[in-house]
Design a protein around this ligand. Structure first.
Ligand SMILES: *Cc1c(COP(=O)(O)O)cnc(C)c1O
Length: 391
């Protein structure tokens, strides 16, 4: 584990604990009130029309949502941030905030699948040109720029296949052409990588994963720098995106412990990944925190840690059907979408229709989310899976 920015990580923990918290303005209570609201009353018409009231209508925020927004802004080092009803909504609001008809978007080929669908099924209908690029593109992304290129979208490591991206090189190229850079940073979270510090304009989090951290709420955040904030804020308002106060509160509660949870997820996942690397049924483990991973150098240079999500490929000869038997034989690892909660999950990797530029290969592959359970129990469960493969 790199320790180059341990000071920053420490100060991050303090920010996680106290960001957006103002107990003395809340009658001493440590946590903010959960305010259920649509209508906000004004004392008179003059005040209503002045546009100076802090709160005007439920959809546009209240003290509960402000607490989480303030914490996210603090954590990401942002000019501003918005809350969205899901991670996917955060992806779509971020994209809509910077694109118009006739614009060209460079989208990473390894993007989260439903984000790809949003591009192909929605943005295309509104006249945005989408071009997928190889995550290995680095500064060569500049060669893909056209006169109408407006934005580059990155996600590192990539969904399901875990390729790293050279974010600083992409940012440097984009800056030379006044192109915006968006990044889905759900895997690392701001605890392990802060996109805006690296020049990214819009940082997206599926807060459903590690911010919430308990598999019980859908939530997204987008944080923007000065350059991107005004349009993000306006678009978020026009779209009517809003998160209910109970979910906001659970997001804030999750955030407080995200630092300790993530460090444990990292430790556990690296231990399981190293154990899998030596397993006779495993050809390759896709985890940028491993020295053997092609993305390791970039990860080590730019990231402060790794979360609990990675994948492994079975050795040649293990069929997709056998890999499904592996998953079905697990009892501690749950089979389900999403990740980032306290519990372990296993998912067969299915890339059909999800790649147009990179060649993912034919091997059977499993994505694992390593939770906070006991390591010996998890390894024993995985051995049960491997027995089903050989049996
Ligand atoms: C899960 C996920 C999303 C979408 O988040 P939801 O809250 O499920 O809508 C976006 N990006 C990545 C990388 C994800 O893993």
């Amino acid at each position: 584990m790199p320790n180059k920015s341990s000071d920053l990580v420490r100060s991050l923990d303090t920010r996680l604990a106290h960001g957006g918290s103002h107990p003395l303005e809340n009658q001493g209570f440590v946590n903010p009130q959960v305010i259920h609201a649509s209508t906000v009353l004004f004392p008179d018409v003059e005040t209503m029309l002045s546009g100076k009231s802090k709160y005007t209508y439920g959809r546009r925020g209240n003290p509960t949502s402000d607490a989480l927004v303030e914490a996210v802004v603090d954590l990401e080092g942002a000019a501003g941030a918005v809350l969205c009803p899901s991670g996917l909504n955060a992806v779509s609001v971020a994209l809509l905030s910077c694109l118009k008809a006739g614009d060209h978007l460079l989208m990473v080929d390894t993007v989260y699948g439903p984000g790809r669908k949003f591009c192909d099924e929605v943005l295309v209908k509104f006249g945005v040109e989408i071009e997928y690029y190889d995550p290995a593109v680095s500064g060569n992304v500049e060669k893909l720029f056209r006169a109408n290129t407006r934005a580059v979208y990155a996600e590192a490591p990539g969904s399901l296949t875990f390729e790293m991206q050279d974010i600083p090189a992409i940012v440097a190229a984009a800056r030379r052409h006044d192109v915006l850079v968006l990044m889905d940073n759900t895997w690392a979270t701001p605890v392990f990588f802060r996109p805006l510090e690296h020049g990214v304009d819009l940082s997206i989090q599926a807060a459903t994963k590690y911010i919430v951290g308990h598999s019980d709420v859908m939530l997204g955040t987008v944080a923007a720098n000065e350059r991107a904030w005004k349009a993000l804020h306006a678009t978020h308002g026009y779209m009517g995106a809003h998160v209910g106060p109970d979910d906001v509160y659970l997001g804030l509660r999750g955030l407080r412990t995200m630092g300790v949870r993530l460090r444990q997820h990292m430790k556990n996942a690296l231990e399981v990944a190293r154990w899998l690397e030596k397993h006779p049924f495993v050809a390759r483990v896709r985890h940028p925190g491993l020295e053997s991973d092609p993305g390791h150098a970039l990860w080590k240079r730019d990231f402060d840690g790794a979360s609990g999500l990675f994948a492994f490929d079975f050795k040649e000869g293990v069929s997709v059907k056998q890999s499904h038997a592996f998953v079905d034989a697990l009892s501690l690892f749950g089979l389900g979408y999403s990740w980032g909660g306290y519990e372990s999950l296993a998912l067969p990797v299915i890339l059909k229709g999800q790649r147009t530029v990179t060649q993912p290969g034919e091997q059977a592959s499993i994505r694992l989310h390593i939770g906070l359970e006991d390591m010996d129990d998890l390894k024993a469960d995985l051995e049960r899976g491997f027995s089903a493969v050989s049996g």
